[in-house]
Design a protein around this ligand. Structure first.
Ligand code: FAD
Length: 263
């Protein structure tokens, strides 16, 4: 089996996100593999361990995203490719999906693509469906278990996690899966894996390598625009320390909560 895992580099979840001059900033916070993508990487590696074959990690992003791809190699992915081009800047979810689909098409031998449930920055959850639609592959989102997979018969059966419960879906390969955190427990990169990744040379594909017209990607190829980006209004909060015995404090607190119609 050849499994592709799509990963996005995002600011660390602890990052203090801010807006300066209409641009989102996160100061010098660390850039990490999008937390939801760790489950996608782990599931791809487990499929390889069970069915043989290889795992290729791909990411669309700036040069810095090579560090995120090195984490994939350190965890056990076999190859990694950075999709990077100034023309990709300003890509909305569909434009991003078109670049990922073009890369998967160029690789040509994939049986499955796995992505995270969502990216913690863009947060649309659209990418999996858009990539599947562009490739004409089976879209399976919020997958919490791959119950059956028969690469030779080109079939799989998965459990999808929904608010009401689990849905069992059968589909044909090739397929694009988005996975939720219930699917596995991501492994830590091994020492040998980290050493191998540190020496890895990660190829970089631009729009031309993907046969893509720059006008169809980036801001030019995006239908969604961000006309304005501004931080949410700062919450005015004033704190009052209640004093007295625990009983007195509890009674004062109840009065305050009732006075403010909280209770
Ligand atoms: C007007 C506009 C301008 C934007 N400008 C930028 C910009 O300049 N730079 C920028 O980084 N983002 C930009 N974005 C956000 C960018 O469009 C989204 O982050 C990206 O398309 C993915 O969508 P998402 O974050 O909602 O991911 P989701 O659909 O929530 O992600 C689901 C999964 O898809 C995969 N995935 C998502 N993005 C990538 C990727 N880039 N590479 C590989 N796999 C991926 C991951 O597995 C992820 O878990 C812009 C968005 C808009 C609307």
């Amino acid at each position: 089996m050849h499994v592709i895992v799509c990963i996005k580099q995002t600011p660390d979840t602890a990052a203090r996100v801010d807006v300066k001059d209409g641009h989102v900033t996160w100061g010098d916070a660390a850039l990490v593999v999008n937390p939801w993508d760790e489950y996608a990487i782990e599931e791809a590696i487990r499929l390889k361990e069970k069915h043989g074959g290889k795992v290729t990690a791909i990411s669309m992003g700036p040069e810095s995203a090579k560090e995120a791809l090195k984490t994939c190699l350190a965890m056990g992915c076999d190859e990694a490719i950075l999709l990077s081009d100034p023309a990709f800047k300003g890509s909305d979810a569909t434009a991003t999906a078109s670049v990922l689909a073009a890369a998967i098409g160029k690789l040509g031998t994939a049986d499955m693509a796995i992505v995270g449930k969502q990216a913690i920055d863009g947060d649309t959850g659209l990418t999996a469906i858009a990539v599947a639609a562009l490739l004409g592959w089976s879209p399976l989102t919020f997958v919490s278990k791959i119950a059956e997979l028969d690469p030779a018969a080109r079939s799989l059966q998965v459990e999808r996690l929904q608010e009401e419960g689990k849905q069992v879906c059968a589909a044909r390969l090739p397929a694009v899966l988005s996975v939720v955190k219930d699917i596995n427990e991501p492994r830590y990169p091994s020492f040998m894996g980290i050493r191998k990744a540190a020496k890895a040379v990660i190829p970089q594909w631009a729009a031309a390598d993907l046969g893509m017209d720059p006008a169809t990607v980036g801001a030019a190829g995006s239908t969604v625009k961000w006309p304005a980006i501004y931080p949410p209004p700062a919450l005015e909060a004033n704190v009052e320390m209640l004093d007295g015995t625990p009983e007195e404090i509890a009674s004062k607190l109840a009065d305050r909560l009732m006075a403010n119609k909280v209770i």
